[in-house]
Write a protein that binds this ligand. Structure first.
Ligand code: M6R
Length: 611
């Protein structure tokens, strides 16, 4: 989320920064900005993509040898000119860009407001910058020292780059939890969220570690920890092509996004879930807790993969909150003249936040008095703005057309909402609540484990790539996962696939089963497991090829399966976040071995803004 670039040296900084930002646009493109040292600080910023900023400043004097640039994926404050980075401090002396989230920014903001500060944006970045300026002023210290003191007070994640108009050759940088690479040239230095902005100038780079601070001048790079001790920079030689680094070294965005899931789920839980204290902090949901708790029904409205997340949430909400839940295709719901009573709660689920059917469906429901909650990935998107409240999924920009990391992040958010409401309502016993919180916190690790144990899936793709059809089966929480697995395979590999509740199979689809049909069971250990084993027997008896997603060590399922994909043990409510992963990989690898364009499958678009 957010791309950052910096340069200090003898070259013109602006073209280096602009080119670098274009390469980092995959990280977000809500707004763009640059700050240049040019006889004082010159800041240009604009809502929209890098090209839009470029067009808007044609003809300006952009000469400078030192500058910083930012492409934003909005978190705090909607995408707008005023929320765009760089931000300037109250005095105008400092300019800063930031990637990350300052979790305690509200507390810091209150302190600054009490001291008379005012703010011109909604960002946590502007708060941190003024906090740094205040420390510098109060302690009469160097900027470097002020940054160090400030960062000791900060919780959250950041990479920051700072310019000081009174020290025009220097860039101060620091990181915790977000990436920062410094390129070392001859009498010049480059900074970036990844190495792509500097690749044609130098292959020598330093990867800055958490809690390190860099003082970067044209011919000097000083690295320190937050205790002011010097660290010798470890210079590494890059051996990568430009095209590869844009996808973070992955062959496709889809694969990169599948492998990002331990981090994206972690990001989604971070700052919200506290398994020790037993709390879930979601201010938007808190605001409507009473209405959600007392709602006669909740309607999940979504399309595609997001609709599958809604189906899983139906099981979770009914179990934990004892509220009647319906799950609707937005495209049907919007035209069906549904009965909506005042106080009905609609949860709109959408990665892009721009899906036209979902948007109109909630618009109609809102007009009839429903409360609209958004579970959306793209900050400031239309669905987010149309909703009364909600919770962002914080999965970062999803570029591959097939939704992967957004799906698991939606599940994480919906689970947190259900836990929060169920607990307030008293429908989840305390012990179970605490157990689920602890298990939820462990999900990122378990997803990482699943990915580590997925090596065999490429071989499975080779083995099954020529199948004409696939059947995906699951029960309970894993039934929608079967639907999602089938959708992934269809859109990426163009193989026909159907998802069914495993028990429903005998009412029709079983007629399809013969020795040529791969049948993928989502069969993790849960309360339905024995019944799923019986369904496997039924397929095997008809010579179908059983491929199963199983819990590690499940010998009974292994014995009945031709091939297995394993996930670690987890509570059945949380299992879909794990069992979805091997199915994403299976679809991905089958698409790849069939030579399909997995990032841009035919006839599809990332965001469906037409009905
Ligand atoms: O942006 P949204 O979540 O609203 O998009 C909904 C669907 O268009 C989307 O999930 C689509 O089905 C994906 N291509 C699935 O991978």
């Amino acid at each position: 989320m957010c791309g950052i670039v910096g340069y200090t040296g003898p070259r013109e900084a602006y073209p280096i920064i602009i080119k670098g930002l274009k390469r980092l646009e995959y990280r977000g493109y809500d707004s763009t900005g640059v700050a240049l040292q040019n006889g004082g600080l010159k800041v240009y910023k604009k809502k929209g993509k890098v090209a839009e900023l470029e067009d808007s400043i044609v003809g300006k004097d952009l000469h400078s040898n030192v500058g910083i640039g930012h492409t934003r994926w909005a978190t705090h404050g909607e995408p707008s000119d005023r929320n765009a980075h760089p931000h300037q401090s109250s005095s105008g002396r400092l300019a800063m860009i930031h990637n990350g989230i300052i979790e305690n920014y509200n507390q810091l903001k209150k302190e600054l407001i009490n001291k008379g500060y005012t703010f011109s944006s909604d960002t946590d970045t502007e708060v941190l910058l003024n906090f740094i300026e205040e420390i510098k002023k109060n302690n009469n210290c160097s900027l470097e020292e002020a940054v160090r003191v400030a960062l000791k007070r900060v919780t959250g994640a950041y990479v920051i780059l700072l310019l000081d108009s009174e020290d025009p050759e220097t860039i101060i940088a620091a990181r915790k939890g977000s990436p920062l690479v410094i390129g070392v040239g001859k009498g010049e230095h480059f900074l970036g969220s990844d190495a792509s902005p500097m690749l044609e100038y130098t292959k020598e780079v330093v990867y800055v570690n958490d809690y390190e601070l860099a003082i970067v001048k044209p011919d000097e790079l000083i690295l320190k920890n937050l205790g002011n001790e010097k660290i010798t920079p470890y210079v590494q030689k890059l051996d990568i092509e430009l095209a590869a680094i844009e996808k973070g070294g992955y062959e496709h965005f889809m694969l990169k996004e599948i492998f990002e899931q331990p981090q994206t789920i972690y990001d989604c839980l971070r700052g919200r879930l506290d398994a020790t204290e037993g709390t879930i902090t979601m201010s938007g949901i808190q605001q409507y807790a009473e209405q959600i708790m007392n709602a006669n029904r909740i309607v999940m409205v979504a399309c595609g993969t997001s609709w599958h997340a809604g189906l899983i949430a139906e099981y979770i909400f009914e179990e934990l909150c004892r509220i009647n839940v319906e799950v609707e295709y937005a495209s049907e719901f919007r035209y069906r003249n549904p009965v909506i009573n005042k106080g009905d709660v609609i949860i709109a689920i959408s990665q892009s936040g721009e899906t036209a059917d979902t948007l109109v469906a909630i618009e109609n429901a809102k007009a009839k008095g429903a409360i609209i909650l958004g579970v959306v990935n793209v900050v400031g998107s239309s669905i987010a703005r149309m909703s009364h409240a909600g919770a962002y999924t914080h999965a970062g920009p999803e570029i591959g057309v097939a939704s992967t990391k957004a799906f698991t992040a939606q599940l994480a958010v919906l689970t947190m909402i259900a836990l929060k409401i169920g607990y307030i309502k008293g429908t989840i016993p305390h012990k179970r609540y605490m157990h689920l919180l602890k298990e939820l916190q462990e999900v990122p690790e378990k997803v990482a484990w699943t990915l580590k144990h997925s090596d065999n899936i490429r071989a499975l793709a080779e083995k099954y790539k020529d199948a004409r059809d696939f059947l995906y089966l699951g029960r309970g929480y894993n039934f929608p996962v079967a639907l999602e697995g089938a959708l992934k395979l269809k859109e990426i590999s163009y193989i026909h696939a159907e998802g069914y509740p495993a028990a429903e199979m005998k009412h029709g689809p079983i007629a399809l089963v013969d020795e040529n049909l791969p049948v993928v069971f989502v069969a993790t250990k849960d309360s339905y497991h024995e019944k799923v084993i019986s369904n496997m027997q039924e397929i095997k008896a008809r010579k179908g090829k059983v491929i199963s997603v199983i819990t590690e060590g499940d010998d009974a399922s292994t014995a009945l399966s031709e091939d297995v994909m394993i996930v670690p043990e987890a509570d059945e409510i949380l299992a879909p976040m794990l069992s979805a992963i091997p199915l994403q990989l299976l679809a991905y690898y089958i698409g790849v071995v069939k030579g399909c364009d997995v990032d841009k499958p035919r006839n599809l678009a990332k965001s469906v803004t037409v009905e």
